[in-house]
Design a protein around this ligand. Structure first.
Ligand SMILES: [Zn+2]
Length: 310
């Protein structure tokens, strides 16, 4: 008697899940070698292994999806829950290849490696199912509010947004800037009640009805102008301001207090039309995580016009 075939399906599934647990932290995917021997044991085992293996679909090109889905139709209909992709520019063009997510009925998470693309011009997805509730953008070099507008327009059902950024948007100079902090730097800032995003981000995402949590991980270098209060690091409601703006503008206490009020959605300027923070209705938590840069980055900020008039 073949002992392997006598094992209950539930136990085999648990073994496969265990074998797939050794995952790459970036892609959330294990090596095929970790389950390959099991896939050879029987037809039933192979089906179980393939179903578990394609739970995370790792692709380099939209054509990969079409090709794999033509071999395994279950990828679109039931197997795949997470998609990791790395959009590239089309040959001879500034346009990105577009990922067609038609038919991915159980897909709930999309991770995008943005090293090779700018999402500011185009968000390269279509037919995005409403089952997608989590989006992670990795290494967005130019994280302007246009990117957040794309997120809001293309992924309206998101509950969780994760951003890993080498730079961040400063709402004072409308620029993407490297982050510089004076030590000591808290490992995290956690804001509640929907506060804590850059104002332009919050306004761009203000119509996202289901967004509950935003995690932003940024790299920082040593600076002198932005110093967190060790007893109350969230008191200034830091949310992306660059050290140059802090140096130039925070010495004016009236300006500082007015700006901090704007970041809470409070108009203290007597109706002068300054843009205020608009909280996405369900947003509860904004969490910033800070990682120290080993190499100090040179500054190469550019001014950007951003018109978020509704
Ligand atoms: Zn600035």
């Amino acid at each position: 008697m073949n002992v392997a075939l006598a094992l209950p399906i539930e136990l085999v599934t648990a073994i496969i899940d265990y074998a797939l647990a050794a995952q790459d932290s970036l892609t959330n995917k294990a090596s095929w070698d970790s389950v390959s021997p099991l896939s050879l044991a029987s037809k039933i085992y192979r089906t179980l292994v393939l179903e578990a293996w394609f739970r995370v679909l790792l692709t380099k090109d939209p054509a990969d999806v079409s090709f794999i889905a033509s071999k395994f139709r279950e990828i679109r209909s039931s197997w795949t829950r997470e998609l990791f992709c790395k959009p590239q520019l089309l040959d001879g063009s500034q346009d990105l290849e577009v990922w067609d997510l038609t038919g991915f009925r159980r897909l709930h998470t999309v991770r995008v490696d943005c090293k090779s693309c700018s999402l500011a011009r185009q968000f390269p997805f279509r037919s995005v199912p409403l089952s997608i509730t989590e989006l992670e953008l990795l290494d967005v070099y130019w994280p302007s509010p246009f990117v957040m507008q794309g997120v809001a327009d293309i992924f309206p059902a998101l509950r969780t947004l994760k951003l890993r950024l080498p730079r961040i948007w400063c709402g004072l100079c409308n620029t993407c800037s490297s982050v510089r902090f004076a030590e000591p730097v808290p490992p995290k800032l956690v804001y509640s009640e929907g506060l804590g995003l850059p104002i332009h981000y919050a306004r761009a995402m203000s119509h996202m009805q289901h967004l509950r949590t935003v995690h932003i991980t940024v790299s920082y270098s040593s600076g002198t102008q932005i110093q967190f209060n060790a007893n109350n690091p969230t008191e200034d409601l830091w949310s992306g301001e660059c050290d140059r703006c802090v140096e130039l503008l925070y010495g004016d206490k009236d300006f500082h207090d007015r700006w901090t009020a704007r970041k809470k959605g409070i108009d203290s300027a007597g109706g002068k039309g300054e843009r205020l923070y608009i909280k996405p209705p369900a947003l509860a938590t904004v969490e910033w995580t800070f990682l120290k840069n080993e190499v100090d980055e040179t500054s190469d900020e550019e001014q950007e016009d951003y018109d978020d008039e509704e």
